[in-house]
Design a protein around this ligand. Structure first.
Ligand SMILES: Cc1cc2nc3c(=O)[nH]c(=O)nc-3n(C[C@H](O)[C@H](O)[C@H](O)COP(=O)(O)OP(=O)(O)OC[C@H]3O[C@@H](n4cnc5c(N)ncnc54)[C@H](O)[C@@H]3O)c2cc1C
Length: 480
C-alpha cells in the first residue's frame, strides 16, 4: 500500500517516549490531527525518558530555560513562572527566568504533562501511548512492532527514539566484577546506589556529567564517605558562565581538519581572554558549524577527533549549571570528592568490597585501595554492535540497520535509517542520540528539537529526504 499523499491517513509508531520520541509525537499530532501516532515506552511517566525520569532534586538542567524551549504550548518559561522550586535558580540568574537553570525534575513534569494533555485513549486518530517494550518488527508483509507482552502495533512508519542506552561496563570481558553486587553497572537503575554504608569509600568510574549527577545524588542522600572519581584524563566538565559574546570565527577556514580545529579554538580562546570574554562564548560560536565540520570529515579524521580531541571537546561543550559546579567544587574542597587521572586494573574481592589498583596517568607509583562500591559513570552507551537488546538484535538480524564503524550509533540520512547494504529506508527512521554518526552533536534539547522539527515536517508532508544537516543548526550558537 502506498502512502504518497499528505492527506492519506497514516499510523506512525514511535519506539521510545523520552524527549525525542515524545516531542516528535506531539509535533506530528499537531501537524496531522487525522493520523494515528503510537508512542511506545516502558515507563509509567511517558515524556521523561532517562534524563528527566531518573533525576534527584539536586539535578539541574545543564541548558538554560530559553534554550530548552521546544516550540510547545505553554512555553516552558511560562509554565515555570511562579513555581517555588525556581526560587534558587532565579536568584542565581538575577531574576531572569530565560537564563535560569531549572531543576531537571520540572522539565520532566512539563514534558509528561504535554504528553498527557495530547493523549487520546481510543484506537482512532491522535496520540496513543502504549506502556511496554518493543521487542521486534512484525514479519513482512506486515509492518509495525511487537511488544514484549505479545501486543502488536501495525504502522506504516516506525521511528526509533530509544535514546540513551545503559553504559558499557569499563571492565575486561569475563571480569567477575561485572556481575558482583558491589558493581553498579547502570548508575540510573533505581537500586544503583543502594547498600552503601554512609561512611564507606566509593569509586566512580568516569569524571563527566554522569559522575557529577551521581556524586551529588550520593551526597544528597547522606553519603559522608570518600568518593573517588577516575578517568583516563581526569577531566571535569566546565561550568556555564553568564554574559559576553563571541562572533563565529571558523567559516573562513572551513573545511578544517580535527587538529587545525582544536588549534583554531585554542587560539580563539586566548584572543577572547585578552578581550575579557569567557571561553564559553568561543565554544558557543563553534556550535553552528560543528555538524557541517563533522560531516565533511573522512572516517579517519572522525576517528582521530574521537581519540584525541573528543575528551576536551566534551568537557567544554557539555557544561555544568553554575550552581552544580559550585556544589562539586565544595565537595572537592571538603576532600570528600577526589578526581584523578588514572587507569584502574587488578580488581579483586576484598571482604564485602573490592580492591583496585590505580595507575596514574603519565607515570608515577600505582596505588591499591579498597572501596565498598564501584559505580559505572562512563555515560550512555552509543555502540550498537552486538547489543543484546531484543529490538536491535531483531533489526540487525533482518539487515535493516547499519551500526556505524565508529561505535556512535546508527547510520542515517536525514533521520531515515540506512540498512545493512546502505540503502535508505522509506519507512524506518531514527532520532536523537542514536543518529550521532550523521550529526555528531545530537545530545542536547536544542539540537534534538531542530532535528525533530525537520523530521516531523518531512513526515507530515511525505517529503523525500532533503539535506538539512548544517542549516538547522545555524541559529543554535547563541550563548546563555
Ligand atoms: C542524565 C542526563 C541528563 C541530561 N541533561 C540534559 C540537560 O539538562 N539538557 C539537555 O539539553 N540535554 C540533557 N541530556 C541529553 C539528553 O540526551 C537529551 O536531552 C534527551 O533527553 C534525549 O532524549 P531521548 O528521548 O532521545 O532519549 P531517552 O531520554 O534515553 O529516552 C529514550 C526512551 O526510550 C525508551 N526505550 C528504549 N528502548 C525501548 C524499546 N525497545 N521499546 C520501548 N521504549 C524503549 C527508554 O525506556 C526511554 O524512556 C541529558 C542526558 C542524560 C543522560
Amino acid at each position: 500500500m502506498a502512502f504518497d499523499t499528505s492527506s492519506a491517513r497514516r499510523t506512525l509508531a514511535i519506539v521510545g517516549g523520552g524527549f525525542s520520541g515524545a516531542l516528535l509525537a506531539l509535533k506530528l499530532v499537531a501537524l496531522r490531527p487525522g493520523w494515528r501516532v503510537v508512542l511506545i515506552d516502558p515507563s509509567s511517566r511517558p515524556g521523561r525518558g532517562l534524563a528527566y525520569g531518573a533525576c534527584a532534586p539536586s539535578h539541574l538542567l545543564n541548558v538554560p530555560v530559553n534554550r530548552m524551549e521546544a516550540g510547545l504550548s505553554p512555553a516552558f518559561a511560562d509554565w515555570l513562572t511562579g513555581r517555588s522550586e525556581m526560587a534558587e535558580a532565579l536568584a542565581e540568574s538575577g531574576g531572569e527566568i530565560s537564563d535560569a537553570f531549572s531543576p531537571r525534575e520540572l522539565w520532566g513534569q512539563y514534558l509528561q504533562q504535554q504528553v498527557s494533555a495530547a493523549r487520546v485513549t481510543d484506537h482512532g486518530p491522535g496520540l496513543t501511548v502504549l506502556r511496554g517494550e518493543a521487542v521486534r518488527l512484525l514479519d513482512e508483509p506486515r509492518r509495525g512492532l511487537m511488544l514484549g507482552d505479545g501486543r502488536e502495533v501495525e504502522a506504516d512508519t516506525v521511528v526509533l527514539a530509544t535514546g540513551n542506552l545503559p553504559p558499557r561496563p569499563p571492565l575486561p570481558d569475563g571480569s567477575w566484577l561485572r556481575d558482583a553486587a558491589v558493581f553498579a553497572a547502570d548508575p540510573w537503575a533505581h537500586d544503583a546506589l543502594g547498600g552503601v554504608a554512609p561512611d564507606a569509600p566509593v569509586l566512580l568510574l568516569g569524571t563527566g556529567l554522569t559522575m557529577v549527577d551521581i556524586a551529588l545524588k550520593l551526597a544528597e542522600s547522606g553519603h559522608r564517605g570518600p568518593m573517588l572519581a577516575v578517568s583516563r584524563r581526569g577531566l571535569l566538565p566546565g561550568a556555564h558562565r553568564y554574559g559576553g559574546h563571541w562572533e563565529p570565527f571558523l567559516a573562513p577556514i572551513l573545511p578544517v581538519s580535527p587538529l587545525t580545529l582544536s588549534k583554531a579554538i585554542r587560539a580563539e580562546v586566548r584572543r577572547a581572554a585578552e578581550a575579557g570574554q569567557p571561553w564559553q562564548r568561543v565554544i558557543d560560536a563553534v556550535r553552528p558549524v560543528i555538524a557541517r565540520i563533522w560531516s565533511s570529515w573522512t572516517s579517519a579524521q572522525k576517528r582521530q577527533f574521537l581519540r584525541h580531541q573528543r575528551p576536551r571537546w566534551d568537557v567544554h561543550r557539555h557544561r555544568m549549571a553554575p550552581r552544580i559546579a559550585e556544589r562539586i567544587d565544595a565537595l572537592i574542597a571538603s576532600g570528600q570528592l577526589c578526581v584523578r587521572a588514572a587507569r584502574s586494573r587488578d580488581w579483586t574481592p576484598a571482604g564485602d568490597g573490592v580492591a583496585v589498583t590505580l595507575q596514574p596517568r603519565g607515570g608515577g607509583a600505582s596505588e591499591t585501595l579498597t572501596v565498598a562500591k564501584v559505580i559505572n559513570c562512563t555515560g550512555p552507551r552509543s555502540d550498537l554492535h552486538g547489543l543484546e537488546v531484543p529490538l536491535y538484535a531483531d533489526l540487525a538480524r533482518k539487515g535493516l540497520i547499519a551500526p556505524d564503524d565508529l561505535g556512535l550509533g546508527l547510520e542515517t540520512a536525514d533521520c531515515a535509517v540506512l540498512d545493512a547494504r546502505g540503502e535508505v529506508s522509506t519507512w524506518l527512521h531514527a532520532l536523537g542520540p542514536l543518529t550521532r554518526p550523521a550529526w555528531w552533536e545530537i545530545t542536547a534539547v536544542p539540537e534534538i528539537t531542530a532535528q525533530v522539527d525537520g523530521l516531523a515536517h518531512r513526515l507530515a508532508e511525505d517529503a523525500v529526504a532533503t539535506p538539512v544537516l548544517s542549516e538547522v543548526f545555524v541559529d543554535l550558537g547563541a550563548g546563555i
